[in-house]
Design a protein around this ligand. Sequence first.
Ligand SMILES: Cc1cc2nc3c(=O)[nH]c(=O)nc-3n(C[C@H](O)[C@H](O)[C@H](O)COP(=O)(O)OP(=O)(O)OC[C@H]3O[C@@H](n4cnc5c(N)ncnc54)[C@H](O)[C@@H]3O)c2cc1C
Ligand code: FES
Length: 268
Amino acid sequence: MIDPGKGHFQAVVSRRESLSPSCVLLSIERPRDFPEARPGHFVSIRVAHSIEPLLRRPYSIMDLTGSELVLLVKVIGKGSALLAGREPGDELDIIGPLGGTVFPEPEGGEAVMVAGGTGLAPVLFAARAWRNANLHLVYGASCAEEILESIVREGFASTHFATLDGSLGYHGDAVSLCAELVNGGKVGGSYLYSCGPKGMVSALEAGLGKRFTEHYTSLETIMACGVGACRGCTVPTRGEKSPAYRSICADGTVFRAREIAWEDWNDR
Ligand SMILES: Cc1cc2nc3c(=O)[nH]c(=O)nc-3n(C[C@H](O)[C@H](O)[C@H](O)COP(=O)(O)OP(=O)(O)OC[C@H]3O[C@@H](n4cnc5c(N)ncnc54)[C@H](O)[C@@H]3O)c2cc1C
Ligand code: FES
């Protein structure tokens, strides 16, 4: 477990860029003393000035430089809409960096990274952090306008897009595309990394997990406290006393995919 040395900060939005009908990129001035973070860490944000929504919302760190903290925000409900609507100059109440485990760097330097939707955020952070690695990105979304091509810039040896409606790249899901690429010898490496919907990650592990030495996944679920206190974000893992429940916010977000008891995980 890594203690990133979390803190509580008031930060100012410096830039807001609309990337698609549902996604914005929020750049935030890095608060003084904001600790270093690594791919898989997240922040917990108070999205409203009122009590509704009461709970903070968790967001993966997509980038962290000396001056900026960057988040990718997709609007799916009230809290994310409030956050995505923040303008430059607005203040944000942030706790972070949170998370007890992060993506380890790939052994041998070559790896495959599979991202679904906003699961792209920690994957982009890894690509920026591991500049010497040979990373292949397989990225899936529902349609062309939800493929955030403009932010998938440098950092990858190859990029491969999948859309469910076939409007860009491969017609189908990211897991099927990844299987084709791996089986065709077009991408490879010892490690597989993933972040995305539960169904995507469990299918990836079932279909391709054994082809890699390790499959590390950054998991997402609904969170309340974000710091391991409420046990509201647990995931069943295979242990001696199976299933053993671990919290995604504090024991994760990164787990070995083969350790998750996917068949017992009914989070919603
Ligand atoms: C560790 C972590 C990192 C995340 N990183 C990002 C990120 O980089 N970018 C991003 O856009 N989102 C990210 N999310 C998801 C984000 O936190 C949720 O979209 C947000 O909290 C939704 O709040 P809301 O008030 O808009 O939606 P709500 O009104 O709370 O919920 C709307 C609907 O979405 C469902 N829902 C809510 N949260 C989740 C979730 N985590 N997974 C699946 N369904 C959910 C609810 O059940 C409900 O049906 C992350 C989540 C976690 C746990
Ligand atoms: S959200 Fe409370 S333990 Fe994870």
